[in-house]
Every structure is written in C-alpha cells, then in structure tokens.
Write a protein that binds this ligand. Structure first.
Ligand code: EPZ
Length: 455
C-alpha cells in the first residue's frame, strides 16, 4: 500500500478523523472566529522535557493533534504515565521511566522525528536510549547528523544497528562546547534537553532562537535549570543535579495562526484568530501587510482580513527566526497566486519544500520552481540542483481539481487552494493535516466553508 496513504490514515485516526477526503466547493470567503491552542513545535518537546523531572509536570493548552498522540504513546512505552487533567491539560509522571523495546518505539513513532529528542533525557535517566529510523514530513533529506554529533559531544556512545540507533552513556553526560553548522531547531533543543542535567557547563553557539525554543527554555528554567541566552545565538547552560516537574501553559501555535491568516486573505475573508499574539508574528505581519492583507491586533487574538483592492507581489526568503518561517510560505503562496505581478519565494531552510505547488499549477496557478537562489542572497542549496526558488505570476483564478496532500503545511495550502478555486475540488489524504492542525474540519465549518467529507 502507498505509505503516504497509510500515513494519512494513521494521523487522521489518531485524532478520531475517520475521513480521507474532503470535497470543497470553492469561492466562499472564510469568515468567523477560531481559537488556537499550544504550538505543535513546542508542546511535543515540552512533553519530552517532563522525563527530566523528579516530579510530575502539567502542560496546559495541549492541542488534539496526532503528533501529540504519537509523543504520548512514546512516553507511555517508556513508562511515563500520561493522564488528562482539566480541559486540554496533560499530566506527565516520569517516576517509573524504563527502557522501551525498539519495536515498540518504532510502532509508536510512526513518521515522527521526535524520538531523537528522547535521547538526552533517557541517557540521563537510564543510561541508554534507542531510536528507530526517523520520518517526518517529506520536505527534504532531514538528516540527524547534528543531533548525533551533539550527543557525542556530551559523551554519548552512538552505535548504528540494522533497526536504528542505540546510545549509551556509561560515564554519564558532561557539559561541552558545541557549535552548530546551521541554527537547527531540533539540534538546539537536543542540546538544551541534554545539557540541563549534564555535569558542568555547556556553551552552544549557532543556536536557533525560535519562540518555541525560548518557551522550552522557560519550561526548563521552571524545572530548575540554569540557562543564559545571549544576543548572538549563544546559549550557556550550567548543569544542575536534579530537576523538578513544571506547570506551564504552552505558547500559541503561530504556524497555525499564519495558516488561517493566509486562508482569510486568499478567500477574501475575515478571520479572527483567538490566542494569536503580535510579538511572535512580527515578521509574518510585515509580509502580510506588504501583500495587501490587513490585520488588527487585539488583546485576545488577531483579526486577519482582505481589505479589498488588489493583492501585491512580494519577494520572500524563508529563514530561521527572526526571519520569515519556512512553515509560513506554503499557505501564503496560495494568496500570492492572486497578487498582481511576480512574487518570488526563496526557500532556504528545507531543500525540497515546493512539492505542493504541482497541485496549484494543475489548478491554474502560474508557478515555476528553479534551482537557482532567486530573490537575494545565495543560500546553502544554490548550485545543488534543489528546486528551492518559486516564481509566482498572478493574478490567476484557480479552478477545482482532485489533489492529494503531500505534507503538513503543503496540505493546508491545498485546502486553501480548494477554498479559493472556482468549482469543486477533492482533497485526499487530509489525515496528514491532523498532525498539526487541531480540529481543522470543525474550524472550516465554523468559518463557513462549503464542503463534504468522504470516507
Ligand atoms: C522544526 O524541524 C519543526 N519541527 C519544523 O516544522 C520547522 O519547519 C523547522 O523546525 C524549522 O523551523 C518541529 O519542531 C517538530 P531543523 P526540525 O533541525 O527541528 C537541517 C512543521 O511543518 N538539519 O531546524 O527538524 C535540516 O535538514 C515542521 O511544523 C541537518 O542538516 O528542523 C534542515 O535543512 C516541518 N542535520 C535544517 O537543518 C540535522 O541533524 C533545519 O532543520 C538537523 C537538521
């Protein structure tokens, strides 16, 4: 069976989504209000951090998405008791952490890359850790070399087995001087989750400083860690002997906020995104305004809307924070098909994140992808045959088509495309969207989308 279909079904069923396909009658503006919960890219890491505590942790605002289900399953096979507290709250008790079998880890990990982040905490607690072959969205090679190098720096012994990787730390883990070749989000989290209980001081240079990472730092500080974040991508961690559990309300999901904002613009709608905040979205908001979108910042969220008039083309380069996030480009590209003129999106974080545009082209968009670094500065993918710059000419009117979700953010952009298109579209493999968008079907309903679900 097609693994993409399998993957979609697995993600959908994890959150009770029993359908694979949505048929959307496009052309209706999205209007109304939706509420955000905690960020997928923080919540899943915060759940792993609970392993480090001597007492239970309480995480609030946890979204019902399949990536959370996967991490919950992984924690449970490692002996962590996970219970649901008050609304959207998880209580994570690590007092009986134990080694899990590779087969169990593999069965629970599905296509997630999260198991790699279990390594530091498990090495501290148990002296060993296993990780299966890792998946994640199909948006490039997504290697784990930085992670393995980081763990080796702390003194871990890494053995490659036919079924995955085994790590051990017979002499414990020790603070280290670590320098990342690229400010990787995951590798920075790896350093944080490992250094907090390592013996001595760790100095990380070339760190990623995404708001989700800063929220993880907040959590670790609540647990008892000593972490200093400098302005030059240097993070210093003084290892401590023990950490306690935390109680924390997760940072809102700014990637979801940007996705609904793009949907409001592309459908000429008006969406209030409850829980969205300005500070973590400054860069997105600037681009949104340049394209011709309007927004109002409120205390309890941000209203995103199309103020009328023509949309304008832009040149964007995705980058690490505080740049324009790679996860924001796919939904926004759909709105750019409606802008008058030529827009350029230069993707500098992942080498293959334009697979989703094929479907948009089939629907009538004019998008060409190039291997050159268009739009400004050269990036590490230039001269390497990766189709990582997109040129979008508009305005074009999209028309309905049968399309298939390729990955999480690309999938959401397909939903937006179908919502803006003239006529009917069928979007299949929508289960993948459940990895990171909580209750997206209910939210579409709330916003007045015209659609039917198919099994
Ligand atoms: C996180 O992925 C997010 N995932 C991604 O969100 C997000 O797009 C990305 O950060 C960038 O912001 C989660 O938080 C679960 P990286 P991560 O390590 O940590 C290369 C979404 O849709 N690299 O910052 O895996 C890598 O190939 C997802 O929500 C290595 O070469 O990203 C990429 O080109 C998708 N070796 C670049 O670094 C390594 O060992 C940045 O990746 C690690 C990474």
């Amino acid at each position: 069976m097609n693994t993409l279909v399998d993957d979609a079904k697995q993600h959908g069923s994890a959150v009770g989504l029993s359908v694979d396909r949505i048929t959307i009658n496009g052309g209706k503006p999205l209007q109304g209000r939706i509420e955000l919960k905690g960020a997928k890219n923080l919540v899943t890491k915060a759940m792993v951090a609970a392993i480090l505590g001597d007492t239970p942790s309480v995480l609030k605002d946890v979204p019902n998405i399949s990536d959370v289900r996967i991490v919950r399953g992984l924690l449970e096979v490692h002996g962590v008791t996970v219970t649901e507290g008050e609304e959207d709250e998880l209580i994570l008790d690590p007092s009986a952490v134990e080694t899990a079998h590779m087969a169990d880890i593999d069965a629970h990990a599905g296509s997630s890359r999260i198991p790699i982040l279990f390594c530091g905490p498990l090495l501290h607690r148990l002296g060993e850790a296993f990780i299966p072959d890792l998946g994640g969205c199909r948006i490039g090679d997504r290697p784990i070399d930085y992670h393995l190098e980081v763990l080796r720096n702390f003194g871990a012994i890494v053995e490659k087995l036919p079924s995955g990787i085994r790590m051990s730390a017979p002499n414990g883990l020790h603070g280290a001087k670590v320098s990342l070749p690229y400010p990787s989000v995951g590798a920075t989290e790896q350093v944080l989750l490992t250094a907090v209980l390592a013996d001595g001081i760790t100095e990380l240079s070339g760190a990623a400083i995404e708001p989700e990472i800063m929220d993880l730092v907040n959590i670790l500080q609540k647990m008892g860690a000593i972490i200093t974040v400098d302005t030059d991508r240097v993070i210093r961690i003084e290892g401590v002997d023990k950490l306690d559990g935390y109680t924390h309300r997760a940072l809102f999901d700014r990637n979801e906020a940007a996705s609904w904002a793009a949907a409001a613009l592309a459908t000429e709608g008006d969406v209030f995104v409850g829980g969205a905040r300005q500070a973590e979205m400054l860069t997105f908001l600037n681009v949104y305004r340049k394209v011709g979108g309007a927004f109002e910042i409120h205390e309890d969220g941000i209203r995103f809307y199309h103020p009328g008039g023509e949309l304008k083309p832009v040149i964007i380069e995705t980058d690490v924070h505080p740049g324009f996030m790679t996860d924001w480009q796919q939904p926004l590209v759909v709105a750019l098909t409606k802008a008058k003129g030529v827009s350029i999106v230069h993707e500098t974080v992942y080498e293959q994140r334009f697979g989703f545009v094929d479907a948009l082209v089939e629907m009538g968009a004019s998008i060409d992808v190039h291997k050159e670094c268009l739009g400004g500065r050269p990036c590490r993918f230039g001269q390497r045959n990766f189709q990582h710059s997109a040129v979008i000419s508009g305005p074009t009117q999209l028309h309905g088509a049968d399309i298939e979700v390729p990955d999480l953010r690309g999938g959401f952009s397909h939903l937006i495309a179908a919502l803006t298109a003239e006529g009917r579209s069928t979007v299949s493999n929508v289960g993948i969207i459940a990895r990171g968008y909580e209750n997206f079907i209910t939210k579409l309903e709330l916003l007045g989308a015209d659609f039917e679900l198919e099994g």
